[in-house]
Design a protein around this ligand. Structure first.
Ligand code: ZN
Ligand code: FE
Ligand code: FE
Ligand code: ZN
Length: 269
């Protein structure tokens, strides 16, 4: 079923240990959907960890094969395939991440916060930790970290901006001013935010970010792009019609495309 002519910059592959399908399968799926481009952005190896969990990110030993594989696809599909990674923002090992990213020939980097001082808060194995914490504090800590991530200058796109809601946990206090502060930081840092459709398939059942957050981002002029966060080829470009509708409702008229000359704004379809 052909979809909207938009790019999907957030897809994973079997190399990360928790996704299905090879990069070529994601490219084929993106073609079948009629997307304008597809970016492969698998989880960057957790290079700081001497014994990383093999179900979280691609092993360091596979990084060269990943680059070669996606490079071959780029050559085969000029202008259609891009190479990226999704990198964790881990403040304690920022230099390791920076060093690794600095020597990779990538078209873009998605920066994501998946850990709050070592707690993998989006991992179903560790959800019980939510019961032990104050959600207001979790939200404030998370939003601060996302702003810090943006200010490192290492990341072009910020992934799933309100991931902390994944399992449906909400702050009890009004977080509007915290979101506004974050939006201002994102704008100043010059990063793009993705409208990530994976949240629709998670317990929370919402886009990342939610409409009220998107509204704030729009007000602050934070640029927007699209990602499915597909962990199987069938999810490429999924629910992009809903994403475009949400972007329009929030006041957006343009989105960001990544081309040979870098990032540029285009009218929403
Ligand atoms: Zn993943
Ligand atoms: Fe992520
Ligand atoms: Fe992802
Ligand atoms: Zn993700």
């Amino acid at each position: 079923m052909p979809g909207l002519r938009l790019p999907d910059y957030h897809t994973h592959t079997e190399r990360c240990g928790h996704a299905r399908g090879r990069a070529e399968d994601y490219v084929a799926a993106a073609r079948a959907r009629g997307l304008s481009a597809v970016g492969i952005a698998d989880h960057l190896p957790l290079a700081h960890d001497p014994d990383p969990d093999p179900t979280l990110a691609m092993p360091l030993a596979e990084l060269d094969a990943y680059l070669a594989e996606v490079d071959a696809l780029k050559a085969e599909h000029p202008g259609f395939v891009l190479i990226g990674v999704e990198a964790d923002y881990l403040p304690a090992s920022l230099e390791v991440t920076a060093e690794l990213l600095g020597r990779l020939p990538l078209d873009y980097v998605i920066g994501s916060v998946h850990f709050l001082d070592g707690w993998g808060f989006d991992d179903p194995r560790y959800v019980e930790e939510y019961e032990r914490r104050s959600m207001d504090e979790v939200y404030r800590q998370y939003l601060r970290l996302v702003g810090d991530a943006a200010e490192t200058g290492l990341f072009d796109i910020i992934g799933h901006l309100d991931l902390v809601k994944k399992f449906g946990h909400r702050a009890s206090a009004d977080m509007t001013s915290e979101w506004e502060e974050l939006a201002a930081r994102l704008k100043r840092a010059g990063v793009t935010v993705e409208l990530n459709t994976a949240g629709l398939r998670k317990p929370v059942g919402e886009l990342y970010p939610a409409p009220d957050v998107l509204q704030i981002l729009g007000r602050f002029g934070v640029p927007l792009t699209f990602g499915s966060d597909a962990h199987c080829p069938e999810a490429v470009g999924r629910d992009f019609d809903q994403a475009v509708a949400a972007a329009r409702t929030a006041g957006y008229r343009t989105y960001v495309e990544i081309g040979p000359e870098g990032f540029s704004e285009h009218p929403l379809p």
